[in-house]
Write a protein of this length. Structure first.
Ligand code: 13P
Length: 249
């Protein structure tokens, strides 16, 4: 029996400010009080270092990391830089980056490998479009992303998978419990086929319009080991009930 501790990670995307870091303290306090759940916030790069000093012990992470160690990559940020700033996590392959920066599965895998090598908790995002789902292709599409975006082996860091159906991100449309169960079960089977027993230990998060009022139902689904939360992670008032739901599940 593998007991996977739930992870609730907030992805602030291109939102937030120094002033908004005042949300971290109440989130950290609520996380401690709830207990039994790992909580992280991934603000924009410029806020990582100040967030760490005001985190109250919350894990702070980045929303991307470059695949190379260093060099002539204007505008990019390396895993080593994230670590030096106090970051302990990196999200890679978010659908917004796959779309806006044309990141391929191979590029996402290279980023994940680099982040893991630096000991970061590395969340690799996968998820199908509305068109894929309407065509009934969601399982093979996500299966291919899982096959090609995840690294083959890693010694450091922790690999986490986030299933985020694109049509559920920022839309208020949540996948049904049955849809989430179908996908998470399929991803788990892929992970076990590929990594053996390690595949049972990897956490699979759901993301896409997770809110206070749907979190408990989502956390009750088999093989849902937490959530990657966008909009509702921006304020303690919205994020704390999600942490509490994870703690009770
Ligand atoms: P929302 O929670 O705003 O739908 O965003 C989900 C997401 O993309 C998290 O990475």
């Amino acid at each position: 029996m593998h007991v996977r501790r739930k992870l609730v990670a907030g992805n602030w995307k291109m939102n937030g400010s120094l002033g908004q870091l005042s949300e971290l303290q109440p989130i950290a306090e609520a996380a401690k009080a709830a207990g039994g759940v790992d909580v992280a916030i991934c603000p924009p790069f410029t806020l990582i270092a100040p967030a760490v000093t005001r985190s109250g012990g919350l894990m702070i992470g980045a929303q991307d990391c470059h695949a190379e160690e260093s060099g002539a990559h204007t505008g990019a940020t390396s895993a080593a830089m994230i670590k030096e700033a106090g970051g302990r996590m990196a999200i890679v392959g978010h659908s917004e980056r796959r779309a806006e920066q044309q990141e391929s599965d191979a590029a996402v895998r290279a980023k994940a490998q680099r982040a893991l090598r630096h000991g970061l908790v590395t969340i690799v995002c996968v998820g199908e479009s509305a068109i894929d789902r309407a065509a009934g292709d969601h399982l093979p599409v996500v299966g291919r992303q899982v096959a090609e975006s995840l690294p083959d082996g890693w010694e450091d860091g922790e690999l986490v998978i986030a299933y985020e159906p694109i049509w559920a991100i920022g839309t208020g449309k949540v996948a049904t419990a049955a849809d989430i169960a179908e996908m998470h079960t399929a991803i788990r089977a892929d992970l076990v086929r590929r990594y053996g027993d390690t595949g049972m230990r990897l956490r699979i998060l759901y993301g896409g319009s997770v809110k206070a009022d749907n979190a408990a139902e989502i956390f009750a689904v088999a093989d849902v080991d937490g959530a990657l939360v966008g909009g509702a992670s921006l304020t303690a008032a919205q994020f704390v009930p999600i942490i509490e739901a994870a703690s009770k599940s």
